[in-house]
Ligand binder design. Structure first.
Ligand code: NAD
Length: 510
């Protein structure tokens, strides 16, 4: 077979159901939510969605479980996550299958997404013994000043289709060891992988004797998400998705003084300087721009190349783009799978139209392939467009594989172009000049939450904090000290002397 022979919807349905059976999940069949596959664009099954009332009940159950979970010693909470990690290892293939069926990721990326979930479990288990506070020098004799981190409450996790499982695991494993309980509202486009993940947490909870309410799943569209957003029992809403969604969610959560952690869209760029290793840069750029069919929040969308290397780089990229195998994501040789929907392909075409109207030159790609074999699916050729300047369409996130190429003369100009977009997620520079690399990473360099040297913009490790600035929302998840967002801080002043001393030498009675 070749990459362009697509599996049938029936075989994909069988594959998904077999994975769910092995994971131990029964699908709540119904008519109000549709599981579909972007591989053929056709329906797999109908599911029952969660009503607003049921979402409220899920929050109530999570709030009840929180009352015992918050005083469970953190290493015991870690035991739940360790058990989940073991189940994820055991079911890595099953979960990867579901990710490929529902999100269309190629096999290696789907396995990678599950690996990322396993990795964050390991991280969170270690973290369960490292929820450190500080001891602070007190200005008063016989006093000690300290801070303690306490569990926050119910965390509402709202996630996007493109990382249907990993984003949930970053939030959930860290929240659980922090003593929080979780209600998850996954993307309406990926209900099956969500059912599998939830099923594994339930199994883990049963195995270690954790309360069942530590994790609840609610299925449905944004109205179910809104139920979490507006519920004052949800202490933190961690929402991943488009900037449009964040603009709605952020103020609504703030209006009730809840906490929001927002992980929104990106418009990521790489700067390629004259000293760059062009072999390495080409390889990195193709993965970052065309990988995952351009549907990562960290996908490379803008390439800012020095005028002296732009033509050479474009030549190499055009050649590489022409060779990209597009098609069945289950096929070993495929590098570019389907877009999530035909609607996403329409958005790609509209963006290319606007870019060309702005004077952009389409160098390669932009066509649709396999339209006869799968009329309801959308397989797009990744596009490369040379732009005369950074026009409004370049400053928008189009969630499809379009890479705009811009040129620059001085590094200051490149950095100014780089930062002149609303989003601030990921960035990188390709250079062998240490001064340029350091300048890019400095306070007046890239304004993004992620800034890399000699690698692309996508494919972060879980050990670092993940997230971005400006219209990307400002949130940080995953590694480093991102756990603090899932806890509340108490400052403690302890007087172990016999007299009352007031701070700042204030005198009052005595
Ligand atoms: P989306 O915004 O359409 O949906 C994301 C989630 O939010 C879904 O579960 C959806 O049901 C829910 N939602 C939408 N509107 C809502 C509202 N008003 N109230 C409550 N919930 C609401 O995004 P998508 O198309 O699924 O995903 C693609 C987007 O996600 C891209 O913009 C991408 O950059 C972004 N993303 C960001 C990150 C990150 O970490 N920064 C990671 C993955 C994806």
């Amino acid at each position: 077979s070749d990459t362009t022979t697509l599996p049938s919807t029936d075989s994909l349905r069988e594959r998904a159901l077999a994975s769910l059976r092995r994971v131990g999940v029964t699908v709540p069949e119904g008519a109000d939510l549709t599981a579909r596959t972007p591989i053929t664009g056709e329906t797999l099954l109908g599911l029952k969605a969660t009503t607003r009332d049921e979402a409220g009940e899920a929050v109530a159950a999570a709030a009840a479980a929180f009352r015992t979970w918050r005083t469970t010693p953190p290493p015991a909470r870690g035991a739940l996550v360790r058990c989940l990690g073991e189940l994820l290892r055991r079911h890595q293939d099953d979960l990867a299958d579901l990710i490929t069926v529902e999100a269309g990721k190629i096999r290696s990326e789907a396995l990678g997404e599950v690996q990322e979930m396993i990795d964050i479990c390991d991280f969170a288990v270690g973290l369960s013994r490292q929820l450190y506070g500080r001891t602070i020098a007190s200005e008063r004799v016989g006093h000690r000043l300290a801070e303690t981190w306490h569990p926050l409450g119910v965390v509402g996790v709202i996630s996007a289709f493109n990382f249907p499982a990993a984003v949930w695991s970053w939030n959930t494993t860290v929240a659980l060891v922090c003593g929080d309980t979780v209600v998850w509202k996954p993307s309406e486009l990926t209900p099956l992988i969500s059912l599998a993940c939830h099923g594994l947490v339930e199994r883990a909870a049963e195995e270690v004797g954790a309360p069942a309410g530590v994790h609840r799943l609610v299925l449905g569209d944004r109205t179910v998400g809104e139920a979490l957003v507006d519920d004052s029992r949800v202490a933190l809403v961690s929402a991943t998705g488009s900037t449009r969604m964040g603009r709605e969610v952020g103020p609504r959560v703030a209006a009730r003084f809840g906490r929001a952690l927002l992980e929104l869209g990106g418009n990521n760029a790489s700067v390629v300087t004259p000293s760059a290793d062009l072999d390495l840069a080409t390889h990195a750029v193709v993965f970052a721009a065309a990988g995952t069919a351009g549907q990562r929040c960290t996908t490379l969308r803008r390439l800012i190349a020095h005028r002296n290397v732009a033509d050479e780089l474009i030549g190499r990229l055009t050649a590489a783009y022409r060779r990209l195998p597009i098609g069945d994501p289950f096929h070993e040789g495929t590098l570019v799978g389907p877009l999530i929907s035909t609607g996403a392909y329409d958005i790609l075409r509209q963006a290319l139209g606007r870019a060309e109207a702005d004077g952009g030159e389409l160098l390669v790609g932009g066509g649709r392939v396999l339209a006869d074999a799968a009329p309801h699916a959308a397989y797009a050729e990744p596009a490369l467009v040379r732009m005369p300047e950074q026009t409004p369409i370049v400053r928008e996130e189009t969630f499809a594989p379009i890479l705009y190429v811009l040129t620059y003369d001085t590094l200051d100009e490149a950095i100014a172009l780089h930062n002149d977009v609303p989003q601030g997620l990921s960035s990188s520079i390709f250079t062998r000049d240490q001064r340029e690399a350091e300048r890019f990473l400095a306070a007046d360099g890239s304004d993004c939450g992620i800034a890399n040297v000699n690698i692309g913009t996508s494919g972060a490790e879980i050990g670092g904090a993940f997230g971005g600035e400006k219209a990307t929302g400002g949130g940080r998840e995953s590694g480093s000290d991102a756990w603090r967002a899932y806890m509340r801080r108490a400052t403690n002043t302890i007087n172990y002397g016999d007299t009352l001393t007031l701070a700042q030498n204030v005198r009052f009675l005595g």
